[in-house]
Design a binder for this molecule. Structure first.
Ligand SMILES: [Zn+2]
Length: 388
């Protein structure tokens, strides 16, 4: 190699830094050695060779992440001495070294900033994860507690709500239609896991197209909903949704959930004996408000599953949603059943069900339903009693 000095002719003093030397003449060989810098030159020495670059020809660069510091000789392209030891830059006051040191310190500042931003990002993601986990765990606990609610409580709670709704000892004037409704629901009930509970149907006179369910298997249908249903599949779509509220214990879940996470954890971890108290205290709330968006969506999905399992065309549910959406638009006020109460918006729910239809593997061969939708259109003579 031209310009290489024999080791021994160069006197090397001062602190050395571990470095590697590359040169085209060496091929792929990398020479490991030690680097020395003073005010006049940079020197490299190894067992087999030594090299020097005068200060005026010395160029100092570094790679993107600032770890490798590269020294080159402007007069001899291809020669490259590399070190990972940044302390070499602080060793002496050559302007090239100072420039590189300034660049590296700026780079380190930027990296520190990024590091902090990254840490902040991790922290926020961690918070989101914790909240999500907390919600998930609480949800699972609420579900487990709701499953522990005794069927007797569901029965008596459902019955007392119904009594309150019927009010004033009003006689059941729709016994024929109720029987027809129960007969119509028979094909649906097969896959609905009601356990020891049986589905009990009621009709109340109310023009609002509404239906709701109560714990204990009570399903209440307004005359307005019967009027709106043209096909049995449509009515069964709503019934499937309502029965899903019952099987998924939505009433108990809602009441338990409303008692707050602290109580939920307490009930779950220590004693379930307080469960009935929570249910009794919270039961007033059930009749005032509907279910959350999550529970409504769950009832849609579960109800859809029941329809499909019963081999009933589930598009009836979608068709009913559409009618209700239309009726909501026409009346310009909340004229929709509990099953469709505002959140999530009907359109979203329709879209979700339509995508379920698209994914359904079997789209024909559904049951031919022969039972007609019960009709109650004939106005009754005398004063009418209004159901709430
Ligand atoms: Zn609902």
């Amino acid at each position: 190699l031209t310009g290489w000095l024999e080791w021994g002719r160069v006197s090397v003093t001062g602190q050395g830094f571990k470095a590697s030397l590359y040169h085209p003449d060496l091929g792929n060989e990398v020479v490991e050695g030690t680097l020395f810098v003073d005010h006049y030159r940079l020197r490299f020495r190894s067992e087999s060779l030594s090299e020097e670059i005068p200060a005026e020809r010395l160029a100092v660069t570094h790679d993107e992440d600032g770890e490798r510091i590269r020294f080159e000789d402007s007069a001899r392209p291809g020669l490259e001495i590399v070190t990972f030891d940044a302390a070499v830059l602080e060793h002496c006051a050559l302007p090239q070294l100072e420039r590189a040191r300034a660049e590296l310190s700026e780079l380190a500042g930027r990296r520190e900033l990024w590091r902090r931003l990254r840490l902040t990002g991790y922290f926020l993601a961690g918070c989101v994860l914790v909240v999500w986990l907390f919600t998930w765990v609480t949800g699972a606990m609420v579900r487990s507690l709701a499953n522990a609610v005794p069927p007797e409580w569901e029965q008596s709670y459902g019955a007392s709500c119904l009594k309150e709704l019927q009010g004033e000892g009003r006689p059941d004037t729709y016994s024929n239609q109720v029987a027809a409704l129960a007969a119509l629901a028979v094909p649906l009930l097969g896959p609905v896991p009601l356990g020891n509970t049986t589905a009990k149907f009621y009709i109340v006179e109310d023009p609002m197209p509404n239906a709701f369910a109560l714990p204990g298997g009570y399903v209440v249908v307004n005359t307005g909903l019967l009027d709106m249903s043209e096909r049995p599949e449509e009515l069964l779509g709503v019934l499937a949704h309502e029965l899903a509220h019952v099987t998924q214990k939505h009433h108990a879940r809602k009441i338990i959930d409303a008692s707050g996470p602290l109580l939920v954890f307490g009930l779950f971890l220590h004693s379930r004996s307080g469960l009935l108290n929570v249910l009794t205290e919270g039961s007033g709330l059930m009749m005032i408000q509907g279910f959350s968006k999550e529970l409504e969506t769950e009832a849609d999905e579960t109800g859809w599953r029941y329809l499909v399992a019963a081999n009933i065309d589930p598009r009836g549910m979608v068709s009913m949603f559409r009618k209700l959406e239309e009726s909501e638009g026409q009346k310009g006020r909340r004229q929709v059943p509990e099953a469709f109460a505002s959140h999530p918006a009907l359109q979203k729910r329709i879209a979700r069900l339509e995508s379920k239809w698209k994914k359904l593997p079997h789209k024909d061969g559904f049951l031919a339903l022969t039972n007609p939708v019960p009709t109650v259109r004939a106005p009754r003579a005398g004063g009418t009693t209004r159901a709430p």
